[in-house]
Design a protein around this ligand. Structure first.
Ligand code: SAM
Length: 197
């Protein structure tokens, strides 16, 4: 990944990203031909892994952060993914403008460490609810880093008629001898699957 120490969350690969990327790697046989959209992609590790495994991937980050979007493109380039292989689009959570209507059919939505600040939780959930309404078979796979025991998305899932299952991570990496705690850098990270009720 091409990481920069800049004053934006999108230039750093957060510990949630390798966890989601590894989960996708372990399910790589299911990925070829799938249409995948990553939200708040930043350095885009999960989406890049999915693209490398044969999925058709659209990486998105905030439309109001052009430098971040440029950086997403740079991350694709340094990983040998040509623009013809991966789309990069501005998509701001909670805003129903422009690019969100051009995504086409979606099988899987990805998000790594998007739930990092409660003020944006509903914007993310409403975006996911919209995409799942358009693609009822799809699911949202997201990793999040536990930062406060008080934070919860449960009421928002209920409000937007979504349901959530936690996917256990205890065996992640075991077959390859990967220590999951090393991937998590000693943070507590969870993997959730969110679908329509
Ligand atoms: C904590 S970073 C996670 C980045 C990356 N997914 C990772 O795990 O390394 C949060 C990401 O969400 C993006 N973001 C923040 N607010 C956003 C918004 N309102 N709409 C879309 N993306 C947003 C940031 O630009 C950043 O890339």
């Amino acid at each position: 990944m091409d990481e920069h120490l800049q004053a934006s969350y999108s230039f750093y690969t957060w510990p949630s990203a390798p966890v989601l990327a590894w989960f996708l790697w372990e399910h790589r046989r299911e990925l070829p031909g799938k249409h995948i959209v990553e939200l708040g992609a930043g350095t885009s590790l999960p989406g890049i892994v999915a693209a490398k495994c044969g999925a058709a991937v659209t990486l998105t980050d905030s439309a109001s952060l052009p430098k971040s979007l440029k950086h997403v493109k740079r991350c694709c380039e340094v990983n040998g993914l040509q623009p013809s292989k991966v789309r990069v689009l501005g998509l701001t959570w909670g805003l129903f403008l422009g690019n969100i209507f051009t995504l086409g059919p979606i099988d899987l939505i990805l998000g790594s460490d998007c739930f990092y600040e409660p003020s944006v939780f509903e914007d993310i959930i409403v975006t996911v609810a919209f995409l799942l309404e358009k693609n009822p078979q799809a699911r949202f796979l997201c990793t999040y880093q536990e930062r406060s025991a008080d934070w919860s998305i449960e009421h928002l899932l209920h409000k937007w008629q979504l349901q959530c299952e936690q996917i256990p991570l205890n065996n992640l990496g075991a077959e390859s001898g990967i220590d999951i705690n090393e991937l998590m850098e000693d943070h507590t990270i969870h993997l959730l699957e969110i679908t329509r009720v």
